[in-house]
Write a new protein. Structure first.
Length: 251
């Protein structure tokens, strides 16, 4: 996609009045959001706020109204496969690994679209993922289904990175993980900026998400209740009391 060459300064991802419904029930109502290049934006909020639904709409998995633009191009008529090919990648909450395949086979499948296009550098990409996740290299011949929860999350992230995404969307990456592993995962997410990978992060662990992100949106009942630079949101006592809850006490 060549739009980035002509749209310097425009956001990588822009949502304009996006709504998503399940039948007659509107789960997301007129959400507007911007994500700049090489930045991390987090969307936080309680269960049922519409966070996962919003990501599914961006990925093209759910129909929506309003406008979703990626690198300046409206995605209205773009298939999921075309979005992936253009650099959009989603790591869902359930991680969806191939349990009966090895760690390395799972990683190589992440580069399938690149391989089909005849791209080079896939082996180098594998080495890069192994440098980022040394534990995966140690377990590269192990079946994915035998990994611990933290290792499965690392594999899901590594597989997504094999696709060389420009925008990586992460749905609840800390879910079910021990605090030590959560810190490790969030450190890796923060480091993705230096790799020119932008991140849209959906998290219930609002405090951890705001610590690594540049900008945050608070979603409540399908609408944006609050937004602002993450450093300001995390320092605002009213925001802490209303939205960050118990996680704030862990600081």
């Amino acid at each position: 996609m060549a739009a980035s060459d002509s749209l310097n300064g425009s956001p990588l991802l822009e949502l304009d009045q996006v709504s998503v419904s399940y039948g007659k029930v509107e789960a997301v109502h007129q959400v507007s959001l911007r994500l700049e290049r090489s930045s991390i934006v987090t969307v936080v909020g309680p269960n049922g706020a519409g966070k996962t639904t919003l990501m599914a709409a961006v990925m093209g998995l759910l129909p929506s109204t309003g406008h979703i633009r990626f690198d300046g191009v409206d995605l209205a008529r773009t298939t999921v496969e075309e979005r992936v090919a253009n650099g959009l990648c989603l790591v869902p909450e359930k991680r969806e690994l191939f349990a009966e395949m090895s760690v390395q086979d799972n990683l190589e499948l992440g580069a399938f679209t690149r391989w089909r296009r005849g791209e080079r550098g896939i082996d180098a990409g594998l080495d890069d993922v192994y440098s980022l996740f040394p534990r995966l290299k140690e377990r590269r011949r192990q079946l994915a289904g035998t990994l611990s929860g933290g290792e499965r999350q690392m594999l899901a992230l590594g597989r997504a990175l094999m696709a060389k995404p420009r925008l990586l969307m992460l749905d609840e990456p800390s879910l079910g993980l021990a605090p030590l592993i959560v810190r490790e995962i969030f450190k890796i997410i923060a480091d993705l900026r230096s790799r020119q990978v932008s991140v849209l992060l959906v998290e219930q662990n609002a405090h951890a998400a705001l610590q690594v992100s540049d900008y945050g949106y608070v979603l409540e009942s399908g609408e944006v209740a609050l937004e602002g630079p993450s450093s300001e949101l995390i320092a605002d006592e009213q925001v802490v009391a209303s939205y960050l809850g118990l996680q704030a006490a862990e600081r």
